[in-house]
Design a protein around this ligand. Structure first.
Ligand SMILES: Nc1ncnc2c1ncn2[C@@H]1O[C@H](COP(=O)(O)OP(=O)(O)O)[C@@H](O)[C@H]1O
Ligand SMILES: O=P(O)(O)O[C@H]1O[C@H](CO)[C@@H](O[C@H]2O[C@H](CO)[C@@H](O)[C@H](O)[C@H]2O)[C@H](O)[C@H]1O
Length: 459
């Protein structure tokens, strides 16, 4: 066979590739169409990755797929594929299809493709529909000349797919695509500019287009090697009965989240949480409940109480503040780096359209995410720690208290001062979690359901 060349590359065998992708997509951990009947996959963009001249045996493409569902809806997803005569050992588990004498495999961790994408970003180059953009990170000169070597997929459960390059850079490929600049990039750019020091520096991004809008395909940021995340720190402390460490770290996390909120307020401004905004929030909470009930019937007996709590939000007086927030904060989104806790993954809820993720929200939604996460950790810690003093609240409740105190020490106001709103935000987050678990980790759906029953006084 004559190896395909970039110049005279034969067109992609679109029909067969689409059929192969339709069979492959539903099995991917990051696939967000679970629970909906997929009727087909269309290839809406295929941008060739510019590869070096000495790799004529390989073609690389960033593909944007449109997944179409029986319910009439459609979502967009990204995959980066390579087409070659043989599959490298490292990609053996990532074959999508064999098409005649070519194998198509997922190539997000292929050093050749990553090297090309680094060049695109550092050089702010364009290649067809792909555009590299770079940021003035403190050590961007070093990034610009980095010779990509070792590339390994991060291999943790994620909404997206991240690859660690030489233990120094993290390339995150967004999987579900929405038109617009991804908030993960937009927010990290703003935090870099405002010097919050509580996010990992971002070096740049690969962008493309979706319809008439730009779309963020990947971001490259600093990898913090060996930095434990909040989840592992908290579950370990719970398992070891190390309550002192737990409370110290929870307090520090509270301070960090408050600092990030201040930086976001400085970068994007604040608005008043007026009665119409509170009404919109209550409506969103009810909508989330209705959606979750379609997949989680166990919510039905709780729906009346939940609706009452959400309606109470609409009746609150205005006056509190709304601003850009993280939007999907939990213990896994904090990493303990050398200089303290940093917050990662500002994408917000990947299922929501971008305009909905970028509207100002109460920062209590992030606080609620963290409070829920301490509760999850207590529920899922492998081995409960030694029995504590029965006169004391359980360690997870003390961690939640320490987190709020840390937040208050930094922000000047305790989130618990707005108790009805915080309560509704915590319930809302738990409802979101029931749906998330039903779709992605059914074995864990009891965790938020149990918490809801407890919070609503049903146990
Ligand atoms: N800058 C970083 N340094 C080290 N590890 C990171 C970094 N960013 C993310 N991670 C690791 O990757 C995991 C997933 O990252 P995240 O940004 O939350 O991805 P996703 O959007 O797919 O959820 C995190 O829980 C953390 O373990
Ligand atoms: O993929 P993301 O990190 O953006 O977030 C999604 O997945 C999370 C789980 O990986 C999920 O978090 C839920 O489980 C966590 C424990 O695994 C717990 O700490 C969180 O409190 C709980 O919400 C998150 O909700 C989801 O959006």
């Amino acid at each position: 066979m004559t190896p395909p060349t970039t110049e005279a590359a034969p067109p992609l065998p679109t029909d067969r590739l689409e059929r192969a992708l339709a069979a492959w997509l539903p099995w991917q951990r990051w696939y967000a169409g679970k629970g909906r009947a997929l009727t087909g996959v269309r290839l809406v963009r295929s941008a060739p990755v510019p590869l070096p001249d000495n790799r004529q045996d390989l073609r690389g493409f960033v593909l944007v797929l449109r997944a179409e569902f029986a319910d009439g809806g459609a979502d967009h997803f990204q995959t980066v594929v390579a087409l070659a005569g043989t599959v490298p050992d490292a990609a053996a588990g990532h074959v999508i299809a064999a098409l005649d004498d070519l194998v198509v495999y997922e190539a997000v961790a292929d050093p050749v493709l990553l090297r090309a994408l680094f060049r695109l970003v550092a050089g702010r180059q364009r290649s067809g529909d792909l555009a590299g953009t770079s940021e003035p990170a403190p050590d961007s000169a070093r990034f610009a000349t980095h010779p990509v070597g070792d590339c390994r997929p991060l291999g943790v459960e994620q909404s997206n797919t991240s690859v660690v390059v030489d233990d120094r850079y993290l390339v995150k490929f967004f999987r579900r695509l929405h038109p617009g600049v991804n908030p993960d990039l937009e927010v990290q750019r703003a935090l870099l500019a405002h010097g919050s020091g509580r996010a990992a520096p971002v070096y740049g991004a690969v962008e493309g287009s979706l319809g008439d809008a730009p779309v963020t395909l990947a971001v490259i940021q600093r990898f913090l090697p060996g930095a434990p995340d909040g989840w592992s720190v908290v579950t370990r402390a719970l398992e070891q009965g190390a309550t002192g460490d737990l409370l110290t770290e929870a307090h520090r996390m509270g301070r960090t989240v408050a600092r990030v909120h201040t930086a976001l307020a400085d970068a994007f401004g604040t608005v008043e949480l007026t009665p119409p905004r509170l009404a919109a929030l209550a409506a969103e909470m009810r909508r989330q409940l209705a959606e979750a009930r379609t997949a989680v019937p166990e919510l039905d007996p709780l729906a009346g109480d939940l609706t009452d709590a959400f309606d109470a939000v609409a009746a609150l007086p205005g006056g509190a503040t709304a601003q850009r927030i993280h939007g999907d904060l939990h213990l896994g989104q904090l990493l303990r780096g050398d200089a303290g806790w940093v917050v990662i993954d500002f994408e917000g809820e990947p299922a929501l359209p971008i305009p909905e993720r970028t509207v100002p929200h109460s920062p209590l939604r992030d606080v609620a995410g963290m409070l829920r996460s301490f509760d999850y950790a207590a529920d899922l810690a492998v081995r409960p720690g030694p029995a504590g003093d029965p006169a004391q609240p359980p360690p997870s409740a003390r961690a939640q208290d320490a987190f709020c105190r840390g937040y208050a020490a930094q922000a000047g106001t305790d989130p618990r001062d707005q108790r009805p709103l915080l309560y509704a935000c915590v319930l809302h987050k738990a409802v979101y979690e029931t749906l998330y678990e039903a779709r992605h980790r059914p074995a864990l759906r009891h965790v938020p359901l149990r918490a809801l029953a407890r919070m609503l006084g049903r146990t």
